[in-house]
Write a protein that binds this ligand. Structure first.
Ligand code: 5GP
Ligand code: ZN
Length: 115
């Protein structure tokens, strides 16, 4: 755990979050500032800065993040009409929290790209 990391502190229960799904290796919780009717963040419980670091260091945890994203989409009723899974990565990717997270967004037509 990285004590200076917001999402590690959510994993540790030090900062509250609305958890919607939990596995041994992943946690899914609602985004505090949702950009769509459903906006859930899926993270590995292990700290990795971004999706490149995660996929390099622990490919199995990367697969677990995708499996949890799929479970969340199913549970939120998104799989029929479709949804989006996004890993913002680095400065140009608009990443603000450097504990890798998949955004699972849907519940309305999203257009060609998220703003
Ligand atoms: P990024 O820009 O790094 O891809 O996305 C970070 C996301 O984390 C943003 O969508 C932001 O709303 C969300 N976020 C930031 N702080 C918190 C928080 O304390 N709790 C929750 N649940 N989401 C947060
Ligand atoms: Zn972290």
């Amino acid at each position: 755990m990285d004590n200076s990391c917001l999402f590690c502190r959510i994993v540790a229960g030090e900062i509250p979050a609305t958890v919607v799904h939990r596995t041994e290796t992943t946690l899914a919780f609602r985004d505090i500032d949702p950009k769509a009717p459903t906006h859930v963040l899926v993270i590995p419980v292990e700290h990795h800065a971004d999706v490149v670091a995660l996929a390099t260091a622990n490919p199995s945890a990367a697969a677990d993040v995708l499996a949890t994203a799929a479970a969340v989409a199913e549970a939120e009723g998104l799989t029929g009409d479709g949804f989006r899974v996004i890993f913002n990565t680095g400065a140009h990717g608009g990443q603000e929290v450097f504990h890798v997270h998949a955004h699972v967004v849907g519940g309305a037509p999203l257009g060609p790209m998220l703003a």
